[in-house]
Design a protein around this ligand. Structure first.
Ligand SMILES: [Zn+2]
Length: 643
């Protein structure tokens, strides 16, 4: 009998928690909150939930990247089904039901507070939430995401919880971003006895402790209401902290970046217990973020979304399906090998990027007899049987069909083919197929780590406003590796920054930036942001007709995909029209009114974007139109920091 049978009406069954709090703590390694390894952080609140509720010890993320992993958590579908492989340029598809939309349909009041920019409005995560709070964005293309601290997140979550309609069941999704780099915990959250200055590992653990403290504050308030609430705490991915040379996450497939904590508990006033329905569950079973949505539907007695691939956590079947894992970001951004694999019971099967050393303390690597594969066994586990391995390979083949010859099918979505996706008559495969074309170098991210690190250093220099040293570093990288398209992208950005800061020689730098982006786009036509930056460079260099033409085509593409870039295109369109007007070269097809309208709409939609507000302000001044601004503009202008 499933729990759904017990459902009775909108308020759920008698033996069902009334509300749901789903907490994701970004970048949280499973061993930071479990066991007694050197990675362990002080987390009294999470420990209490685990001790009185339940901890699943073998839960895996399908991908060590924030937006794709959360998309799986919030839809129950893996990244290859969603066609969502990185934070950009893949917003969550609009045709897929989400946990929020489904819970709303079941009568829940829904709200989300997200602490990090990758999940901010526009990512698609906001869909289905009646109320959605997100942090201000970081500077465009910066190395650090915009984020809220755990304290801000808890404050916003408490406000959302207080303001929920009390007559309805409630679903609150809360995302803490603090353990994501940079690590800067409050001093009193650092581990006891930490050396000063604190090491990166200690600061990471301090961030985890900080989140635990803030989660405690949120739980205390919910307990104060006295109603039964199901609490689920998990993470999108872990953090390398130096394992196999990986400091952060996303470059390789590793247990430290893929294994995540998973805690479930029911609270009611001061009481904490295992949620009804999980009593007989095998908590050491292989689990995935994809299992959470189907579990919640059953534990909360909500009709489930049909056909989710995950297996509810309490289902007693002895065996659990192997789960496909992937990281394609190194291929998308740095031209490295794609890595993908399968997490089966007791082992991780990996493909791709084999030129990397396998030094991982205590790791038990095995060959499989397949030249493109290696197997990492859990400590003390026997290798999988030939039959198991073959079923894992089938799972992989089912998700990704690799090494197919490039297709000539005209139906290939234009925006996917350049990134190495191949055509297929199967709609799902269109998002999933991977071609060697994306393996520009075919080498692992680890083997190319020195080059990638040099690039990231140059980008940090650029973000710090030191344009010329950044340009010198980028030129050096490109001299050694002219096809390194991420380096080309940032060289374009550096030239653009130079054009913006040097009005005298700006025209030449702008043209060079536009040419740099054009060269990049010839290799990777949908490299995130490149076409819009090229348009900015064209407008800055006074090439308005080309800029407007390229904008129109970008707008058509964004509209076709229904993606969030459309807002960006609209803003840029307004901006280019006004630049043209200010340069005394009015557009024959549009007057300044169209530009003002687009710019005003963009500022109103996202008032946190001070760069846009400044642009609007400049246009209003230069065209002597300040008195035409709608009344809501002035208060925003007053909040602008003056330089
Ligand atoms: Zn993340």
């Amino acid at each position: 009998m499933t729990l759904a049978v017990l459902a009775c009406g909108d308020d759920g069954a008698a033996d069902t928690p009334r509300h749901l709090l789903l907490v994701s703590i970004d970048t949280l390694r499973a061993d930071a909150v479990d066991g007694d390894s050197a990675r362990r952080a002080a987390t009294p609140n999470l420990d209490q939930l685990a001790a009185s509720g339940g901890r699943f010890t073998d839960c895996w993320s399908p991908v060590p990247l924030t937006l794709p992993a959360h998309s799986t958590l919030l839809t129950g579908l893996p990244p290859h089904d969603l066609g969502l492989h990185d934070n950009t340029p893949f917003p969550l598809r609009r045709d897929v039901p989400t946990l929020a939309s489904w819970m709303a349909e079941a009568g829940f009041a829904t709200a989300a507070v997200v602490g990090g920019e990758p999940l901010a409005r526009g990512s698609g995560v906001e869909r289905g939430f009646e109320r959605f709070a997100d942090p201000p964005r970081g500077a465009a293309g910066a190395t650090h995401f915009g984020e809220w601290t755990a304290r801000d997140v808890t404050d916003a979550a408490l406000a959302a919880w207080r303001e929920f309609d009390r007559t309805r069941r409630r679903f609150l999704f809360v995302h803490y971003f603090d353990p994501h780099q940079p690590y800067s915990p409050p001093r009193d959250c650092l581990p006891t006895g930490a050396a000063m200055p604190a090491t990166a590992d200690d600061r990471y653990r301090g961030e985890v402790t900080h989140v635990d403290r803030e989660l405690g504050r949120l739980l205390a308030a919910i307990r104060g209401g006295g109603e039964r609430c199901l609490i689920v705490v998990t993470s999108d991915h872990g953090e390398g902290l130096g394992d196999l040379g990986e400091r952060t996450h996303g470059y390789q497939l590793l247990p430290s970046t893929l294994r995540v904590p998973l805690l479930l508990a029911e609270i009611e006033g001061a009481a904490t217990r295992l949620p009804p329905g999980l009593e007989g569950a095998d908590r050491d079973r292989l689990a995935s973020l994809a299992d959470i949505a189907p579990t919640l539907f059953e534990l909360l007695a909500v009709d489930p979304i049909a056909d989710l691939p995950g297996v509810p956590l309490h289902r007693p079947d002895g065996r659990h399906p192997a789960r496909v894992v992937e990281t394609l970001a190194p291929a998308l951004h740095f031209g490295c090998a794609q890595q993908y694999g399968v997490r089966g019971e007791g082992a991780l099967l990996l493909r791709g990027g084999h030129d990397a050393p396998l030094a991982l303390p205590g790791a038990d690597w095995r060959a499989t007899g397949h030249e493109d594969e290696r197997l990492l066994l859990d400590p003390g586990r026997a290798p999988p049987s030939a039959e198991e391995l073959s079923s894992w390979r089938s799972a992989l083949a089912d998700a990704f069909v690799s090494r197919r010859p490039p297709a000539t099918d005209a139906a290939v979505p234009r925006d996917l083919s350049p990134l190495g996706y191949l055509a297929s008559s199967d709609e799902r495969d269109r998002h999933a197929l991977l071609a060697p074309a994306a393996n520009q170098h075919g080498r692992s991210a680890l083997a190319r780590r020195a080059t990638i690190d040099r690039l990231l250093e140059a980008v940090a220099t650029l973000d710090g406003g030191e344009v010329l040293p950044a340009l010198a570093a980028l030129d050096e990288i490109l001299a050694a590796d002219p096809e390194f398209f991420a380096a080309r992208f940032f060289r374009g950005r550096a030239k653009l920054a130079q054009a913006e800061s040097d009005p005298r020689r700006g025209g030449a730098a702008a043209s060079e930036a536009a040419a740099e982006f054009a060269r990049l786009l010839a290799t990777a036509p949908d490299y995130p942001g490149a076409s819009l930056l090229r348009i900015q460079a064209l407008a800055l260099g006074g090439e308005f007709a080309t800029a407007v033409r390229e904008l129109e085509s970008a707008a058509a593409r964004a509209a076709e995909r229904g993606d969030a870039a459309i807002a960006e295109v609209a803003w840029l369109h307004g901006s280019v029209l006004l630049d043209r007007e200010r340069a005394g070269r009015p557009n024959p097809h549009f007057d300044a009114e169209a530009g003002f309208g687009l710019l005003l709409a963009a500022v109103r939609r996202d008032p946190q974007r001070t760069d846009r507000l400044r642009k609007l302000e400049r246009a209003l001044n230069d065209l002597s139109r300040t008195r035409d601004a709608p009344p809501w503009v002035a208060p925003l202008q007053q909040q602008l920091p003056r330089r």
